[in-house]
Structure formats: structure tokens, C-alpha cells
Design a protein around this ligand. Sequence first.
Ligand code: AMP
Ligand code: ZN
Length: 466
Amino acid sequence: MQKLSLHNTLSRKKEEFKPIIDGEVGLYTCGPTVYNFAHLGNLRTYLFEDFLKRSLFFAGYKVKHVMNITDVGHLVGDGDMGEDKLEKRSKIEKKSAWEIADFYLEAFKLDLSHLNIIFPSNWYKATETISEQIKLIEELELKGYAYRISDGIYFDTSKFKDYTKLSHQKIEDLQEGARVEKNQEKRNPTDFALWKFSPENEKRQMEWESPWGLGFPGWHIECSAMSLKGLGKQLDIHCGGVDHVNIHHTNEIAQSEAATGEKFFNYWLHGAFLIVSGGKKMAKSKDNFLTLKNALIDKNLHSLAFRLACLQAHYRKPLEYSEDMLQASNNALLAIYDKVNFLGREVAEVDNNYLQEFKSLVFDDLNLPQALAVFHKLLKDESVKKAVKLATALEMDKVLGLNLKSVIENEEDIEIPDEIEKLAKARQLSREQKDFKEADLIREEIEAKGYIIEESQQGFVIKKKR
Ligand code: AMP
Ligand code: ZN
């Protein structure tokens, strides 16, 4: 196991990482609310978490990674009032909330595959863990942290000592932010819903019986229930975007520690925003909403160009999106692939000097921009033999994730799996039947599985994707 330092939001310092169980890491990352496509900002956060996970692997750890999929309870105002994001979307798209969740979850998985992000070991939907969430709320009720008002069961934040330990804010400032919502019945502005009652005048699509009546869980409780379910006592690292510090993660800590009486996660890491010009955060509710498909794939840019763009900024610094920036990253990625292709196919021992320099940067709170500079320096260095250079670059790519292996795989040597062959044939059939929508979907599925299909008059060829 190699030493690794990480910036902990709890202490606001870089700390040496020490896992609860030797050699293993329990990692929890807050997942998407599946009512729409993920935008590039969301994806920047998932990429940061992937870099972290790969760095942990690189340091020799086994990583158990749990992610939640929010398919109920996240309300339009991000607080405790307003419509459920999924139920709202279901009316717009005229599909059930369950279908909305399935559709956008599949789209999310496809995005992760395009970006070469390693899937979590476990992901749970909020709707699959209702009983665990109810149990946790019961525990809170038993310990005197929960109270009932007309629209639900709430957590009393004044009863939890150290409510601001993650945000380092003054309680008055947090309360000021929370006051916008104006729920007069709450005891304190920062109190939040654990369980919401179904409205009397409206039948919800997603609702459950509970000890408090028919309703659905509040947004924050799922992450507490799922981390405890998936990781048990191995609560090492919890991540998310920086917007989660003041409310979502602060509330997760309060309700979990109140319920269990034990520390909820030792390290909290937060990724900075992807911003658009003028410094604004890219957000689903704004018109600056770009997806992997509309910003890259439809423009014939390689998805991994966005990965490379994210490697070029430190995860705790904002990254500004522009079309030029993506184009430049795409060119840089293709140049890397050319250089790697030119190295031949023979792989020798790694160059330890380069690798050590690279590692020391990665293990210093993921200094990936500088680590990437070392990778570029290696590719340029003519004093390093090709086969050594290739071996070292491939080793570094375990963290970078630019899929360099695919560059050197010999096209003829690749065995195309049956599953891909079948998909390719199904696509042919759809094209013959002029069902181009279906054909497009199949092509996307093939690509998500790491292959590309090229068609000609003679038929099609399948290649491994770079
Ligand atoms: P959501 O689907 O809205 O719950 O967000 C999923 C993840 O994306 C969370 O970890 C957010 O903190 C993160 N996120 C949202 N907007 C941005 C942004 N503009 N840049 C980086 N991360 C973001
Ligand atoms: Zn969460």
C-alpha cells in the first residue's frame, strides 16, 4: 500500500489517508437524480470520483464503491417543497415515473461507459431501499431527533451538536440560505424532511405505507441508508460535487450520526464545478445544459476528450467549459493516440523514474494536471526506449483512463464477442427495415460496450473502440 494524501472537507486540510480496514476502502459517491440526462458538469464530478477510485487502486487498495440512484424524493426546489422531479418529468414526457427512471438510468450508464468510468460495485435505487430508509427514520424518532408537522416527519437540526462541522459555516448563514423555502411549521430553518406525506388531493405514482402514513422519503435519507447498507462500518470516503457540502452532506452526517451514534465517514472529498463563461455553474435547470451527446458525440468529438479536459484541471478548481476547449482536448487526445501507436507493440519493463514522479503527484491529493504533464514529458522523451515508454504509458493510463490499450491492440487479433456480433446483425436488420431510430440506439449500445461498427456497401465491420 502506498501513502496517499487527500484534502478532507471536514478538516479543510490535506491528510494522509488511513482506511478503517487495512488495504481496503469503502467509497460512497452521490449519484444522479434520473429525471433527465446528466450534463457535462455532473459528468465532471463522476470523472473526479473515477480518478480517485483509480488512484486508490493504483496505490494498491481494494475498493468497495457504492452509489445511489435517486428516483424518488428529490423535489424541484432541491429542498422540502415543490413537485418531485421524477413525477414532474413523467407528466412532461407522458411516461410513468418508473419508466423515466429506467430510461435516464440507462442513459447515465451509457455516459459512464463512453467516459471509461469504472462502474460502482453496488448501486441502489432509492425506491429499492425504502425499508432501510424507514428503519433509519424510526431510529431517529426513537432517539428524539424527529418531529411531525402537517406535510411530513422532519429532522430537528438544533438537537444535533456540530451541525456545521462539514460546511464550517456559521449556523446563521446556513439558516439564512434555508429560509428561502418558508415552511413556517419547521422548528428551525435548517430542519429537513425525513419522510413526506403524499398530498391529499393528488395520487402519487411512487408512494409507500410507513409508520407515519402514506408517503415517500425525503431526499437526504437515501444516501445514509445506502451507505450503511452497502458499506457497513467501512465508511472511509464520501464524495460529491461542492454544491452538496452545505445541505445534502451536512444533513447526511447529522441524521446518520444521530441514528448510529458513530462517525459517518472519515474523509469527505468534493469536486469543483464545471462552469460556463461568466463563472456560472452548469445546471440542469439552466439553458447552459450540455450533454456528452450534444457537446461531443454529435460533433464527432471523442468522448474521452472530455475526460482529458477534466484531467487538465485540479478537481478542487473550477473548470471553464468552451467549445474551443473541447476541440483542443480532442486534438490533444488524437495526438496522444498517434504517439502511442508509433511506439510499436512490444512492451518492456517500466521506467521507474518516470513512474515514481507520476505516482508522487497522483498520491498528492490527485495532482493530475501535473501527473499528465509527466505523461506528456515521457511521450516526448527520446532517450527512453519505445517498449519501455509504452509499458510506462500503459501503467500511467491505469489512472488516466484514456484507454491507450485499445490503440495498440492489433485489429486482426481482436475477438469480437458474440453479443456484439448479434447487436450488429440486429442493427443491420433495423436499417433494412428503415427503423433508423432503433438502429441508432443499437449503435450506441455497441459503442458503450467498447466497439464501433462501420458500414459499407459490402456489409459491416466491427472494431474495438479507441
Ligand atoms: P444531480 O444529478 O443534480 O443530483 O447531481 C449529480 C452530481 O453532479 C452531484 O454530485 C452534483 O454535486 C454534481 N454537479 C451538479 N452540477 C455540477 C457542475 N456544474 N459541475 C460539477 N458537478 C456538478
Ligand atoms: Zn448523497
